[in-house]
Ligand binder design. Structure first.
Ligand SMILES: *Cc1c(COP(=O)(O)O)cnc(C)c1O
Length: 313
């Protein structure tokens, strides 16, 4: 398994076995290599080519930045990378982790040769209604293989527990483009405000957007914590709760998470989090409705001002 875009999202490190853990892919004998990005977040094509050998079967490309301050890749960049990979080794299977990217562009990686495109239903494509789950879109061969592994050999897609969730899945998917648009608008608004306040934002206010995540680099744990507290305080659920940094499972440093959400863990709902490590960046995303994102962001600015952490004339 090869990651040509640097390290994947934190919780996947233990899934793959980059950090030792029980039940990892490593335990099943699956080995992993990664090729880090070049300066400017460019793919290291030479390095990628050299890393592909006769044992390389799967390439996994993560579209969004996760807890990194790199940019998120556009579908166009991913499409070009897929073409390059298939030229180097036509039989490679390419999987795109599309989390947070869905409906932020007019096309998706599945249209450009990705054998599998996967994502989470408690993010964009669940539209805020899906209570749990993920999706996998791909070639017939891959989907069949996955179905047999996921349910039972011989049964595949003929069976599987849906536990009364299907209506929410379909209704959520139906709403998802509009919900994602609200989240995107909110992210642009946040970047606009925080850039004016002098903080580095990724993407910038006018920057290209390929997912709904907005990173605001605070460079100071106090500001990061105050930001997350204020997002929590503006939430529809548990607004009275104060989030605190803690040693969450799956992460290698303390993490603070603000998520007063209807669906536990849903980051298509207004939410913010960040690891307590340099550069102390808050990763902010979601908001089912644009007015709610606006209220949330304005609340963070007020809280930072009240605490004397920012200067507003
Ligand atoms: C959230 C996320 C995941 C995991 O999705 P879950 O629904 O929480 O399992 C994987 N990869 C990336 C890039 C993510 O952002």
């Amino acid at each position: 398994m090869l990651s040509p875009a640097g390290k994947p999202y934190d919780t996947l490190e233990e899934v793959i076995g980059i950090r030792e853990s029980k039940g990892s892919l490593k335990e099943y004998g699956i080995t992993y290599r990664q090729v880090d990005l070049l300066p400017g977040d460019k793919f290291d094509l030479e390095g990628i080519k050299n890393a592909i050998n006769e044992r390389t079967k799967l390439v996994t490309i993560q579209r969004s930045k996760g807890y990194q301050t790199r940019k998120s890749f556009s579908v166009k960049e991913i499409a070009e990378l897929i073409k390059f990979l298939k030229d180097v080794k036509p039989r490679l299977k390419v999987m795109v982790d599309n989390c947070y990217g869905e409906f932020t562009d007019v096309c998706e990686p599945s249209e450009f040769g990705a054998d599998m495109t996967v994502g989470s239903l408690i993010k964009n494509p669940g539209g805020g209604l899906a209570p749990i789950g993920g999706y996998i879109v791909g070639t017939k061969e891959c989907i069949e293989n996955i179905a047999y592994r996921l349910t039972s050999p011989g049964l595949g897609r003929e069976v599987g527990a849906s536990l009364d969730t299907l209506k929410s899945f379909y209704q959520g998917l139906f709403l998802s483009p509009t919900v994602s648009a609200s989240a995107l608008k909110g992210a642009i608004f946040a970047a606009g405000i925080y850039e004016k306040l002098g903080f580095k934002c990724v993407p910038g206010f006018k920057g290209e957007r390929n997912d709904i995540i907005q990173a605001v680099t605070f460079g100071d744990p106090k500001k990061l914590i105050a930001f997350c507290e204020a997002i929590q305080a503006a939430s529809p659920i548990d607004s009275f709760v104060n989030p605190e940094p803690w040693d969450m499972p799956g992460y290698d440093s303390q993490v603070i998470m603000a998520a007063g959400t209807f669906v536990s863990g849903a980051s298509i709902e207004l939410s913010a989090d960040g690891p307590l490590r340099e550069p102390y960046a808050a990763y902010f995303q979601g908001g089912i409705t644009w007015p709610h994102v606006k209220i949330g962001i304005l609340n963070t600015v007020q809280a930072l001002k009240n605490k004397g952490l920012i200067d507003i004339k």
